[in-house]
Design a protein around this ligand. Structure first.
Ligand code: ARG
Length: 466
């Protein structure tokens, strides 16, 4: 039996159900559906639409159904189209006649929008928590890295040496922006659509502010048409998650390179590597590759859903049911990728000698020679050209750059000293740069930022009871 029996005769064509039914995936919203319904029942009682006994019966039945769902004893029936119909059917079985009053003043259109927002604010908070844990690890590894340096690259060509700590925190700051985006998405989506009805509100004296408050939303909707058709929050969540994925993908790509024999900047722990079914010598960075690979799928979820939204007239359209699978999958994949990559980063070993050797080439300090000449009064363009011609000469004549520099009247011994291993890093003094001083300062600032973000997540309070 369907909820709309009366207007539509008989049952839906049987072979259509697998096309239309959403309970296979929207059952994930069961907990939110129950809390939303409890708030709605309280609202009905406050409006005098049900009496105190009826309220108590419905709340108790909803609690029992919640329990059944949580313990896995809840039985979904063939006729349950979605989680809302399944819950309402079971409430009516348990509470009897009063079950027929549950849906008063409500539509599945405002109900699903409510459930999904409730779900999103918890799910995104969980992703934030995972991201913060990864940042904690990066901070730990940055501190531990001390003065170790490696080549910094542009165009994947060695450019200037940088501290390993500086490099690790570069990824850390990208995550800070992710955290900020996710938290502000949560703040923005924390608006209740409950009370919008099918699309136009209600002729009954319901109070959307009351239910919004019950569900700890910041406010209620302003416009009922918008309330049931707005899925900006899903698109935003998919974007935020895709960008976390993109950051993980870039880190993954880096580890793929760094763990190769060509770089050998790090060695992965066996627990985070895989072997080859054929080649006995192989140790493969599959975790890093999957972080990179799964990001394609996240981007697909985002673009696919934007395409779903773009042609929809106001207000609710069934197309919107297509919001859930990409969203649920994106959250699961990002959470898993964050956890897997954190484990991999926690256990890998840096090959610090190899990194430093790669960074010790004299050419990495070429700009330091030019900057030395600048301090001696030479215009930068002229200094750049002088040093460039020395580098060229050293390559063409196979002579050490240090030798040419030492022999040059404008550079001499002070110039040659700039080419000593590590000098190019330790001389970087500008704020935000890679020198030991600025990096020590950066580590403090990063730690403070992490504390602020953790407090922000805590203040939202959606992970209580975790
Ligand atoms: N399963 C539907 C969804 O996810 C619930 C709302 C159904 N509303 C409707 N008018 N058919 O969007």
């Amino acid at each position: 039996m369907t909820l709309w029996q009366g207007r539509i005769g008989g049952e839906m064509a049987s072979d259509l159900s697998e096309f239309t039914v959403s309970v296979e995936f929207d059952r994930l919203l069961a907990k939110e559906d129950i809390s939303g319904s409890i708030a709605h029942v309280k609202g009905l009682a406050k409006a005098g639409l049900i009496n105190g006994d009826e309220e108590a019966n419905l709340v108790e039945a909803l609690g029992d159904v919640g329990e059944e769902l949580q313990t896995g004893v809840f039985e979904f029936h063939a006729g349950d189209e979605d989680v809302h119909t399944a819950v309402e059917r079971r409430v009516t079985e348990l509470a009897g006649e009063v079950g027929a009053k549950l849906h008063t003043g409500r539509s599945r259109n405002d109900q699903i929008a409510t459930d999904l927002r409730l779900w999103c604010r918890v799910a995104l908070s969980r992703v934030v928590k995972e991201t913060l844990a990864f940042q904690d690890l990066l901070l730990f590894r940055a501190r531990e890295a001390g003065d170790v340096y490696l080549p910094g690259y542009t165009h994947l060509q060695r450019a200037q040496p940088v501290l390993l700590a500086h490099h690790l925190l570069a990824h850390g700051w990208a995550f800070s922006r992710d955290v900020d985006r996710l938290l502000s998405t949560v703040e923005r989506l924390n608006v209740s659509p409950l009370g919008a009805g099918a699309l136009a509100g209600s002729s009954l004296p319901i109070d959307p502010d009351f239910v919004a408050d019950e569900l700890r939303f910041n406010s209620r909707f302003e416009n009922s048409l918008d309330a049931v058709s707005d899925r900006d929050f899903v698109a935003e969540s998919l974007f935020d998650l895709s960008l976390v994925g993109v950051h993980l993908s870039r880190m993954g790509e880096e580890i793929v390179l760094w763990s190769s024999d060509e770089f050998r900047f790090c060695v992965l722990d066996d627990a985070y590597s895989t072997g080859s079914s054929m080649l006995p010598q192989k140790k493969n960075p599959d975790i890093a590759e999957l972080a990179r690979g799964k990001t394609g799928r996240l981007i697909g979820h985002l673009t696919g859903f934007l395409a779903t939204l773009k042609g929809l007239p106001l207000s609710y359209n069934r197309d919107l049911q297509e919001d859930k699978e990409p969203l649920f999958d994106a959250v699961v994949q990002v959470e898993r990728a964050l956890r897997a990559m954190r484990g991999m980063y926690a256990t890998l070993q840096w090959e610090t000698e190899r990194m430093q050797d790669a960074a010790n080439g004299a050419a990495g300090a070429a700009v330091d020679l030019a900057e030395y000449l600048v301090m001696e009064g030479m215009p930068f363009r002229q200094a750049h050209s002088l040093v460039a011609s020395l580098v060229k000469e050293s390559i063409e004549r196979h002579v050490d750059l240090a030798e040419l520099v030492g022999a040059h009247p404008d550079l001499g011994l002070p110039g040659a000293r700039l080419l000593l291993p590590g000098a190019a890093v330790s001389r970087r003094i500008s704020p935000g740069g890679t020198g030991p001083g600025p990096v020590a300062d950066q580590i403090d600032r990063f730690q403070r930022r992490l504390e602020v973000d953790k407090a922000r997540l805590g203040a939202l309070g959606f992970l209580d009871g975790d």
